[in-house]
Ligand binder design. Structure first.
Ligand code: C2E
Ligand code: MG
Ligand code: MG
Ligand code: MG
Length: 284
């Protein structure tokens, strides 16, 4: 029978592929149990203005499994999308993030209330009920919609653009702000910036890491900042790792910064301590 199966299928029975398939199955079944086993948690990475004042945090999902250890979201999010777990997992992040944000107080008197940003998978935007689900979680937790941001990557715009745009519009009607994440990578079309009701653009880390050299390396970040500003979008630089990068971007008008230079993603208690530190530096 092996002959009839053909080359590709025959390979399935070789040790290497078998173990890859086995690994994937193990990951898949562990992921199915992760929510119920309380293996998921959420960490929060701050965003600051050019003066170092905290503007809000981005919620990032973490998964720790006893057998498998820490698994990166870059690995388990695509799998969760594939096996139909992305909805419950996103609800988990939204609920945790909204609850956590209720406890944040800005160190600056009179400052805008701190926001929390949640990453939403591209495929969620093709679901008509997305805005209703978000609205339900906002109502349940009591977080005002104006304090929630959702981050969407450009790949979401590759699918059914009309449906995605409708979902974005419905979220915006609630008062939720929309950020375009990892901007400038992959499939970006500049026209999206004008066609969609966006509030925030996040310059991808790949541009940020190069821009400390100045000169030509600044060409793309400068163009994104200037285009964004003329479209009244707030510009955030992600993956800021050193002071030179921050200074270069700030000089050209970037308004918010996020990255290891400021802080890594923090456990909830550490996020509170970060805000308290912010307060201490104000009093000093
Ligand atoms: P992202 O939304 O672009 O998040 C930024 C990633 O860069 C995070 O990785 C963060 O830890 C990392 N990072 C932050 N500052 C720095 C820096 O200065 N240098 C470097 N080298 N990296 C930095 P993380 O947490 O592993 O998440 C990776 C991606 O997984 C995220 O990219 C996001 O697309 C996705 N993701 C994370 N949580 C969720 C979630 O709850 N739902 C969905 N759909 N996707 C999520
Ligand atoms: Mg993000
Ligand atoms: Mg990003
Ligand atoms: Mg990124």
């Amino acid at each position: 029978h092996a002959k009839e199966l053909g080359k590709g299928q025959f390979q399935f029975f070789t040790g290497e592929l078998n173990s890859a398939a086995h690994q994937r199955l193990a990951l898949e079944s562990a992921l199915r149990g992760a929510l119920d086993a309380s293996e998921l948690s959420v960490v929060y990475q701050p965003k600051v203005d050019p003066f170092g004042n905290c503007c809000g945090f981005e919620a990032l999902l973490r998964w720790h499994n006893e057998q498998l250890g820490d698994i990166s979201p870059e690995r388990f999010i695509p799998l969760a999308e594939e096996i139909g777990l992305i909805e419950p997992m996103t609800d988990f992040v939204l609920r945790a993030a909204c609850c956590e944000a209720l406890g944040w107080r800005s160190a600056q008197p009179g400052a805008a209330p701190l926001s929390v940003a949640v990453n939403l998978s591209a495929r969620l935007f093709s679901d008509d009920s997305l805005a209703a689900r978000v609205a339900a979680i906002l109502a349940e937790t009591g977080l005002p919609a104006t304090r929630l941001e959702v981050e969407i990557t450009e790949s979401a715009l590759l699918g059914d653009f009309t449906r995605t745009a409708a979902s974005i519009e419905s979220l915006r009607v609630l008062g939720v702000r929309i950020a375009l994440d990892d901007f400038g990578t992959g499939y970006s079309s500049l026209s999206y910036l004008q066609k969609l009701p966006l509030d925030i653009v996040k310059i991808d880390r790949s541009f940020v890491s190069r821009c400390e050299h100045g000169g030509e390396a600044m060409a793309i970040p400068r163009a994104i900042i200037s285009l964004g500003r003329s479209l009244h979008l707030r510009i955030v630089a992600e993956g800021v790792e050193n002071a030179r990068q921050l200074a270069m971007l700030a000089a050209y008008g970037c308004e918010e910064f996020q990255g290891y230079l400021i802080a890594p993603p923090l456990a909830p208690a550490d996020a509170l301590a970060f805000l308290a530190g912010d307060l201490a530096s104000q009093i000093r």
